[in-house]
Design a protein around this ligand. Sequence first.
Ligand code: AMP
Length: 309
Amino acid sequence: MKLLVVGSMAFDAIETPFGKTDKILGGAATYIGIASSVLKTDVSLVSVVGGDFPQEYFDMLKNRHVNVEGVEIIREGKSFFWSGKYHNDLNTRDTLATEVNVLSQFDPKVPGHAQEAEVLLLGNLDPAIQLSVLKKMKKRPQLVILDTMNFWMDTTWETLMKMIAQTDVITINDEEARQLSGEYSLVKAAQKISQMGPKYVIIKKGEHGALLFYEDKVFAIPALLLEDVFDPTGAGDTFAGGFAAHLAKTGDFSFENMKSAVIVGSAMASYTVEKFGTERLQEITKDDLQKRIDEFKQLTTFEVSLNAE
Ligand code: AMP
């Protein structure tokens, strides 16, 4: 199946307790595209960049067979720029700068071939833009996955509600799930969010893993225990990318396969955080990913029988 991704492509400047970068490649669609390419998924990106966006970034994506025909270049404009500084615990960060630049004029152009994508991943953007992409599809995709954040809850609640109503799978973090639902308990929060539209609710809990809710079922996974977390930027996007890519690749949207997709997304994200930006993600292969998935299995499988002789 085809995967269509809509999201930011950006320059990021990141500061963590371990170091600092100048402007490097960032953006949600970038992380998602690279993650999808590790699984060799048929993936197309829709985004907008300025004339300052280096050709080498496009070349890197093309070499990985990520289709970038839907990335508009506004020659006279500047690319979206985000800068953040992480606290010592790496779980929280301050945004130092957000220069929206060409993203403020983003009117997504979905190329013909991508209008028929079966899986649509709407990266964190203004919900009005996310909704406009849905309207541009030839028919409704079989699976619509939505990533969003508290900023849109604070500023464009009604439009966000319309978007959520059209969503099959929503991915948000625990704090955002609480804000969206007004419930502290994540079980109650997931139930309320599900009533807003999404059949599947994924709640990300950073270094504590993730939860997948579907009807009255729940699946929980821990995060892989890493020796070193270097830069968490893009972990959420990478998770969404690995998740969506696995579903598009397998074409199976059952709860059982959603569980596998959550594992794939988590394993993928565990690589992203090991180096700055997309650097580590660009190095890994499908075999590396398999190894980490096997480690996941080791970490979480056990058998206990109190009645054993
Ligand atoms: P994450 O760490 O998963 O939240 O994603 C970080 C990425 O999101 C960075 O590469 C940023 O360029 C991008 N980003 C940050 N703020 C925004 C925004 N308001 N809209 C779109 N993308 C953003």
